[in-house]
Design a binder for this molecule. Structure first.
Ligand code: ATP
Ligand code: LTN
Length: 328
């Protein structure tokens, strides 16, 4: 049976990019495979974050998981920091990752490029090792993520292959699952950059109200032309809005082009805003109900217990395989 696993790190307010690239797809797997979705709170420490902000973001991501339709009866939902096996396995498998391949990780290069060498924490460098541990602990076969995380899953695959070559068939080889539309939503103010919660310029946040959403879409950067057609290089702004629209409506880019033949940008932007508002309003209502219900802690506690049982089996297998002495 397949096991699907993914996570979001609570580094900031969730964006429409997180929703379309990842969150919205998570519940699709819970009826067809074993589904494990967690909050990567240890990964959120890799860049400076205030304790109260981290706490609030963590609660929010958990509530958004449930609001998106994850059902704790079908999906194991938990906090990474509550399952100690993640950190332990990360310490072990880090020994099989090479400095060269780690230094080539795009996310590390991007996130550390504007930091002073003297103040780059080790965690941002070793980030993909912890992520590999997250994945292999549960024998995950499918990892639904946005485009930017594909390289990290590839690194995990390399580690698995290397480890198994040394010790036998111990770890399971995962595959990334990237959405065909919506895998990389761009910033509304600079459509050459990824919409990102830790760099909140040109973001739509999942908590934004209707008025804010409409205002942000209507003022999204576009080009000087007027026709709604897809051209990522020359028309990145309008192409990004088309991607958003196609993704929400579950249609192709060609369908969007057909629908808006002869329409101007104003008409098209209004339709995009309508689509986002229609999608997010019920979702935001569910989010508020979940926060009010006070159910979250119980879900997270039960999830951690279930996760820990699975994780422990893999950790023990690894310890034995590599020769850590087993006291009887
Ligand atoms: P940060 O800005 O802190 O790096 P982020 O906004 O990139 O965060 P993550 O927590 O790294 O978000 O990602 C959670 C999930 O959302 C991942 O699967 C990631 O690929 C996906 N994702 C993030 N941003 C986008 C985006 N702009 N478009 C599509 N998917 C995205
Ligand atoms: N790095 C991921 C979050 C993450 C993750 C994982 C995703 C941490 N561990 C394991 C899939 C599988 C991100 O979205 N930034």
């Amino acid at each position: 049976m397949e096991t699907t696993l993914s996570a979001i790190k609570p580094t900031g307010q969730l964006t429409l990019g997180n929703y379309l690239g990842a969150l919205r797809n998570f519940p699709k797997f819970q009826d067809e495979s074993k589904n494990i979705i967690f909050i990567a709170d240890l990964h959120a420490l890799t860049l400076p974050i205030a304790p109260e902000v981290l706490r609030e973001n963590t609660r929010d991501v958990a509530a958004f998981y449930l609001a998106a339709g994850l059902d704790p009866k079908k999906t194991i939902i938990f906090l990474q920091s509550m399952v100690h096996q993640h950190s332990e396995l990360s310490t072990i498998i880090g020994n099989y990752a090479y400095m060269g391949e780690m230094s080539r990780m795009t996310q590390f290069k991007e996130k550390s490029s504007h930091l002073n060498e003297k103040s780059i924490g080790l965690g941002i460098f070793t980030y993909p090792v912890l992520m590999a541990a997250d994945i292999v602990l549960y024998n995950a076969t499918k990892v639904p993520v946005g485009e930017d995380q594909k390289q990290h899953v590839e690194l995990c695959r390399n580690l698995v292959t290397r480890f198994n070559h040394l010790y036998g068939d111990i770890l399971t080889l995962p595959e990334p699952v990237i959405p065909t539309v919506g895998a990389r939503i761009m910033s509304l103010s600079d459509p050459t950059k990824k919409m990102s919660k830790s760099d909140p310029k040109g973001d739509i946040f999942l908590k934004d109200d209707e008025k804010t959403i409409r205002k942000k879409i209507m003022s999204a950067v576009t080009d000087m032309e007027t026709s709604v057609h897809y051209d990522k290089v020359n028309k990145p702004g309008i192409s990004n809005l088309m991607t958003i629209y196609a993704s929400i409506k579950n249609i192709t880019i060609e369908d969007v082009e057909k629908e808006f033949v002869g329409s101007n940008y104003g008409t098209f932007k209004r339709a995009v805003a309508d689509a986002i508002v229609a999608e997010l309003t019920p979702f935001q209502n569910r989010y508020r109900e979940i926060i009010a219900s006070g159910e979250l802690d119980r879900v997270l506690k039960e999830g951690a217990e279930q996760a820990s049982q699975i994780a422990e089996v893999t950790l023990e297998k690894v310890k034995k395989a590599i020769g850590l002495y087993q006291v009887k």
